[in-house]
Design a binder for this molecule. Structure first.
Ligand SMILES: [Zn+2]
Length: 499
């Protein structure tokens, strides 16, 4: 961070002289801003490219915004900007100012529109696969346990344990949900979260639940930290956890998490681990609801991110950390833009914290999404129009649709129809900025669906330049290995593991 600030000041000085010396003087602030941006980019690229072939990442932090489509980024940056009193459009989410970006194709091997299991498995194993599978290859049939072990694909974490990395996963969902599960488990069915969620053939052929794999396989193999929700699936394994790990910590509320102090030099926490924090029965609460009675004991995503990084920094080794903002997806499925934008803003703030806590020259930070949603933003609202509001034109007049009703700027191509069912113009005016307001939809379904379009990836740190252009999602895994200086050939890694 300090480096960037220094370069920013430097580039301001430089850009002033560039403008003065050129024939293209233009006092328009947008012109100047454009030139400032260019100069800043040129300088930061020189910085980034210094010995870049030799630059390797010591640590990797991968942030995944579940369902964080590009439209979600646009709307969330406006939302966050407007929260700060800005018009909004000119604002950036913290990671949107990262120097390197790529577009990511998200399809599963058997679906044009992907799910979180197949997409996260692709990122974690380097192998694109079917929807519903947890870190298994595409030859695996969904929900079929028989002979399934041969299709297990080694995850980044499993590889990392053997290479001596510390590993951890943080999520606002159940820890056994598809996205976090793909970091540490293998399952022919994402639904086999708890012991009683499994199909009978899982019992017959010996496929453990994802919960059991977390406690009895992943932690013993070297997983160091897991923070999230999901006590309903995991609590039957708490005794196993305590028995196996006398120096482990089982945390069930935010007070317990905050009581862990990894920052003071003279504490006795050096030996502790692994850490399992399960802060709710199911998913954690939405950020907008976190102060409610039921969620007062839950940590925020930022609080979990801070403790996870402090823990790894105290251990002093190399680490691989996956942090998921899971509830963006849940809010979108309910056509509820307010919570989806707030969750995205929360994830962006967690990224900012991680960026501030880590050094640019040893930690690669990647921010991406697993898949998109059918979320849209349009009409012709005036500049600075409230992002959750109805569309108003340049004269600040409400724009009416063909049915005589106003419409919100944000909507969904499908989902449960709420917003457009309001009968009075006044209803929409009053309701559209409500936290619980559900946006208008075109095609009526019980739940809004994922989208099939590409998602964005933002990266900074050592070897971040490797992320560019249009990439397949599983290539993220290979690029991470390359960034760590360990890309000895993923095929070789997988064969060693499974044969
Ligand atoms: Zn979803």
């Amino acid at each position: 961070m300090r480096c960037l600030k220094f370069f920013f000041l430097f580039c301001l000085l430089l850009s002033t002289s560039v403008i003065a010396d050129s024939n293209f003087e233009n006092a328009d602030p947008w012109y100047q801003q454009g030139n400032d941006w260019l100069q800043s980019k040129l300088i930061s690229q020189q910085f980034e490219n210094l010995d870049r072939d030799k630059q390797l990442a010591k640590n990797v932090i991968l942030f995944v915004g579940d369902g964080m489509s590009i439209t979600t980024l646009t709307a969330s940056r406006i939302w966050q900007g407007q929260q700060q009193g800005l018009l909004g459009e000119e604002h950036f989410l913290h990671f949107e100012a990262f120097p390197h970006t790529a577009l990511i194709k998200t399809y599963n091997t058997n679906q044009q529109t992907p799910d979180s299991a197949g997409t996260m498995s692709a990122m974690m194993t380097g192998v694109k696969t079917r929807a519903g599978l947890i870190s298994m290859g595409t030859e695996q049939e969904l929900s079929d346990c028989k002979n399934s072990k041969r299709y297990q694909q080694q995850t980044l974490f499993e590889w990392g344990h053997k290479q001596g990395f510390d590993t951890g996963v943080v999520t606002t969902a159940r820890l056994t949900n598809a996205t976090p599960a793909a970091t540490y488990a293998h399952s022919p069915d994402r639904g086999w979260e708890g012991d009683y969620d499994r199909h009978p053939n899982a019992y017959w052929y010996g496929c453990d639940s994802i919960a059991k794999q977390l406690i009895n396989t992943a932690f013993p193999a070297g997983l160091d930290l897991a923070l999230g929700g999901g006590a309903s699936k995991l609590e039957s394994y708490y005794p196993d956890f305590k028995q196996q790990f006398p120096h482990g910590r089982l945390l069930t509320n935010n007070q317990g998490l905050q009581a862990l102090d990894f920052t003071s030099a003279s504490n006795s926490n050096v030996q502790i681990g692994p850490i399992l924090g399960v802060f709710s029965a199911e998913n954690l609460s939405y950020e907008l609801d976190r102060n409610n009675e039921n969620s007062v004991n839950q940590p925020s995503l930022q609080q979990m991110t801070k403790k996870a990084i402090e823990y790894f920094q105290q251990r002093n080794g190399r680490y691989l950390l996956v942090i998921e903002g899971a509830l963006i997806d849940y809010a979108h499925h309910k056509s509820n833009a307010a919570r989806a934008l707030s969750e995205t803003s929360s994830l962006a703030n967690a990224v900012k914290l991680a960026d501030e806590m880590t050094a640019d020259d040893d930690t690669l930070i990647i921010v991406t999404a697993d898949h998109s949603h059918t979320f849209t933003m349009g009409g012709y609202p005036q500049r600075g129009n409230p992002i959750l509001g109805i569309s108003k034109n340049q004269k600040n007049e409400i724009v009416l649709a063909n049915d005589g009703m106003p419409y919100t700027t944000l909507g969904y191509a499908n989902g449960k129809a709420y917003g457009r069912q309001l009968k009075e113009v006044d209803d929409v005016l009053v309701d559209s900025k409500r936290v619980d307001f559900q946006q208008g939809v075109a095609v009526h379904l019980t739940l809004e669906t994922h989208g099939s379009d590409d998602v964005a990836l933002h990266a900074k740190g050592p070897a971040a330049y490797l992320f560019s252009g249009l990439m397949e999602q599983h290539e993220i895994f290979h690029t991470i290995l390359q960034a760590l200086g360990k890309n000895t050939g993923p095929q070789k890694l997988i064969l060693e593991e499974t044969l």
